[in-house]
Design a protein around this ligand. Structure first.
Ligand code: ACM
Ligand code: ZN
Length: 652
């Protein structure tokens, strides 16, 4: 590993030795550093050395911010100045990258002045959907540290398995941590059962407190805080299977949300958090808060009683009551909470930090309220989306998030309150692992995209240059590969769906479309004009080129005047994981008056819905006619129903 084991004064020499111990191929340059430093001033000359470079370290330096550092390279050696140990550590990371981990024995003279843009630079680990080894987590900590990331968010609990030893509730690990199916997908599409620990074939696992303490220590030595997440009140099927008395119906497998009406739920959560806080010293505890179904609460007498007693007008306020109650408890222990942006619903206390994932709107609203915010919008930060053309990548949950799109994310937006920008604490990349079965696949999903998150979090506004970043990623990627990391090869990137990269010129481009059945408000793309804007969609239905329907499609395109027509067609996407299917059939009609339509053709689907792959199919007809109006009707898959996504109605 390039990363020092420890950065205490005593071990600094050992750390530097470790730094330079590997063999690398590339010439040094200050420009090779990821994340890019705030300022590099080249100077005359070169510092040549044999063995190790001479590094003089000046601690407690004045005028340098926390985590910041300065490096001065002269012909005589290297001087590092920092105000704190994190700064020293990050300076050594930069020197390690400049010397390509020790293979280079000369450094260009220069001065580097570097400091982080944001204090929170995080990466998220979903160890519930698929359990990850401690060794894997340590290996990722090493990689995070080299890129100056400083928060590891571990999603320790979810339906797919509870992952932390809790002495007060042993069935969380004796039962709720184990399932019969290894792959989440098989488990989720099956009965979603849990099994006793030790059952032959049981899949899962959990971390003992000693293992977690060791992980905390390992991370702290690399200036990384661990943010533990304990989900509440939703995503908690595993807890309710082990302790059904915490559910509204009092039965296992009867819902995903804790019963907020029962006092024993609050007692459970407080006792669990006591043990969590005993193991994890970081000031912040993540309490989840996302995607509660809130269904059972509406009929549960206990929940209804709680709402009445507390004067809560709806189930959003009921969730908010729980979050505030838990927050009060956490604060009483000297800690603070982070929650997903749903914690805004029903009201949030000003001391909670909001993690904005459903876009950035929640985060911006929270900043207006005066809450601290961490940005992790799905469009840029969800590393579970595929990073290249789906046909060449492992199966994923869907979506398309190439390195360049991650890198393009700018956390500060015009609509943020100028006097509230100090509430924007930073950014995080999230890897949900429903489709990420083994450790090596997870690593592949993180790197190098997590390095882009690191640069967004660290480098100053206005310094981004994707071409330069990509070069640095290639250079550093060689080192990571040599160290045994399984990383995505950015040089072999295929890129976006080719059909979507240039405009389509056709007779319906710019034509007016009337929708006899409306498209879904969730996927409006460019609105009414989406299907005649001359642009095909890309690899993902959320790219605002695909129009989404949760019904059949029936629409009329008005070409403005009668036209000779030789072809009419539309392309659909299928990705069965998120319930996106081909239509069963499409009917294509034409008309001169917009009222009396003649059926030209029917196209039937022949794409199977038994594969999870991303597939495209054109439903079209070749014809020889003339007309002003085209009517396009698509009928949903009668067995599956689900979504239809179409990107353009092409007429030629
Ligand atoms: C989330 O992705 N459900 C926070
Ligand atoms: Zn209830």
């Amino acid at each position: 590993m390039i990363t020092p084991n420890s950065i205490s004064a005593r071990s600094i020499t050992a750390a530097i030795l470790l730094f330079f111990s590997s063999i690398y191929l590339f010439a040094q340059s200050p420009g090779s550093i990821i994340p890019a430093p705030a300022e590099v001033r080249p100077a005359e000359g070169v510092y040549k050395y044999t063995g190790e470079p001479q590094i003089r370290i000046i601690r407690n330096a004045k005028g340098i911010v926390s985590e910041g550092y300065r490096i001065r390279i002269t012909k005589g050696g290297v001087t590092v100045k920092a105000a704190d140990e994190a700064g020293v550590f990050y300076a050594l990371q930069s020197i390690g990258q400049m010397t390509r981990g020790g293979s280079v024995k000369e450094l260009d003279c220069c001065e580097i002045n570097d400091y982080p843009r944001f204090p929170y630079r995080g990466l998220h680990f979903d160890v519930s959907r698929h359990f990850r080894s401690i060794d894997f987590l340590k290996k990722q900590i090493d990689a995070m540290a080299r890129y100056k990331m400083n928060k590891m968010h571990i999603h320790l609990t979810d339906a797919a398995g509870w992952r932390m030893q809790i002495d007060a509730y042993p069935r969380l690990t004796g039962f709720a941590a184990w399932r019969p199916e290894k792959r989440w997908k098989d488990w989720w599409s099956g009965k979603r059962l849990y099994v006793e620990e030790g059952t032959p074939g049981a899949y899962g696992g959990y971390y003992t407190k000693d293992e977690l303490r060791d992980l905390v220590k390992y991370a702290a030595e690399r200036h990384i805080d661990i943010v533990p997440e304990i989900e509440m009140p939703g995503h908690s099927e595993e807890v309710l299977a082990a302790y059904p008395e915490l559910s509204c119906k009092g039965k296992p497998y009867s819902g995903s949300d804790f019963c907020i009406g029962k006092d024993r739920t609050v007692e459970f959560l407080e006792k669990v958090l006591d043990e969590v806080m005993e193991v994890f010293p970081y000031e912040y505890i993540h309490i989840g808060g996302d995607e509660a179904s809130k269904q059972n609460w509406k009929e549960c007498p206990d929940c209804q009683r709680r709402m009445k007693d507390e004067g809560l007008k709806d189930v959003d306020e009921l969730q908010s009551w729980l979050v505030k109650r838990i927050e009060k408890y956490v604060i009483s222990k000297g800690r603070k909470i982070i929650g997903w942006d749903e914690i805004l619903e029903g009201g949030v206390s000003p001391t909670a930090t909001v993690m904005s994932w459903r876009g950035t709107e929640g985060g911006i609203q929270a900043m207006k309220y005066g809450n601290d915010v961490i940005m992790t919008p799905g469009k840029y930060c969800y590393l579970d989306h595929t990073q290249d053309a789906p046909f060449k990548e492992p199966e994923s949950i869907g979506g398309y998030l190439p390195l360049e799109l991650v890198y393009s994310y700018e956390p500060i937006e015009d609509s943020m309150p100028a006097d509230g920008l100090h509430h924007l604490k930073g950014v995080q990349g999230n890897l949900w692992t429903e489709y990420v079965f083994d450790d090596s696949h997870a690593e592949y999903m993180y790197w190098p995209r997590a390095a882009a998150i690191a640069e967004i979090g660290w480098s100053p506004y206005g310094t981004k240059d994707y071409a330069d970043f990509k070069k640095r990623v290639v250079l550093d990627g060689e080192i990571m590969k040599a160290e045994g990391y399984n990383i995505f090869d950015i040089e072999k990137e295929y890129g976006e769906r080719k059909a979507s990269t240039r405009p389509i010129h056709h007779k319906a481009a710019g034509a007016t479309v009337s929708y006899l059945k409306p498209y879904s408000p969730a996927y409006t793309a460019q609105g009414d004009g989406t299907l005649t804007d001359g642009m095909a969609g890309g690899w993902t239905y959320s790219d605002r080129r695909w129009l989404g329907f949760i019904s059949d499609i029936d629409l009329i395109v008005d070409l403005g005047k009668t036209e000779e027509i030789r072809y009419i067609g539309g392309t659909f996407m299928q990705i069965t994981g998120p319930d996106v299917y081909m239509p069963e059939r499409v009917e294509i009609y034409v008309s001169d008056d917009g009222e009396n339509f003649t059926l030209l053709n029917e196209c039937w689907n022949d794409v199977p819905d038994t594969t999870g792959d991303l597939l495209f199919k054109e439903f079209s007809t070749v014809c020889a006619t003339s007309a002003r109006y085209v009517r396009y009707k698509a009928y949903r898959n009668p067995g599956k129903r689900g979504w239809l996504f179409i990107d353009e109605i092409v007429v030629n």
